[in-house]
Design a protein around this ligand. Sequence first.
Ligand code: PMP
Length: 285
Amino acid sequence: MSRIAYVNGAYVPMSEACVHIDDRGYQFADGVYEGVSVRRGKLIDLEPHLDRLWRSLGELQMMAPMDRGPMRLVLKEVVRRNRIKDGFLYLQITRGVAPRDHPFPAQTPWPAMVVTAKRLNFDAVMDRAMTQGVAGSSQPDIRWGRCDVKSTSLLPNILAKQAAREAGAFEAIMVDRDGYVTEGSSTNIWMVTKDGTLVTRSTDDNILPGITRASVMKVARDLQMKVEERAFTLEEAKGAAEMFLTSSTSCAMPIVSLDGQKIGDGTPGPVAKRLVEAYKAFMDA
Ligand code: PMP
């Protein structure tokens, strides 16, 4: 018997169960989930799982695709259709399908919902618990400190971008616990000191090594500009002569204000403008 999945309103064989490639869960990990154990056909702790699910949805400003009553029915129906006695039920809800862009979609899509269930032998689990137990291996908790990896786990980035958009800004300038600027939610951040030195955080410091960052750095050095790779604080950035961001879609884009405060005179500065021209020549070469 083929396993049956619930996908956006339909019960379908696993082989036909698919989601859209523009689903924000697939593109950004912009979704939440629950896993519920099933023992003798009963969903264990279903209500606390639903409580946590509703809380997670609320924290991400996501709608529930249905009320709790119909959701209980769907979950039980997936267990029934898969003839699960002892097993594990998996439920995932994502923000839905929208053209790929970090901020929440302007037109809220209908959340996408997927439910699957599989068999799990709880008697064997209990047996192991009584006789063997398991081994552990200590690992640093780096969730998600590996910003140097261009991973699709972008939920923190989209939440930062959305907060910046709600504050009327184009980009989120992210600051670490010590008050130092790391990078933008989808860009690298630079400042220009009063003496004309370009400063951007070094790539061993948990930022994405931007390709545009590297090209702009080369262009700047070709123009005999001084470039320093070091950490700088938010305060230092706010007092800088200029700021700009780099990314494949923004080239070198002046940041003219930060937290409502003008950077320099609040217009694109001469250093950034020179870089934009030189970067344009590099692109057109
Ligand atoms: N930082 C982050 C977190 C990014 O997602 C990106 C790319 N969108 C960048 C920096 C800029 O990288 P690139 O210049 O390679 O586009």
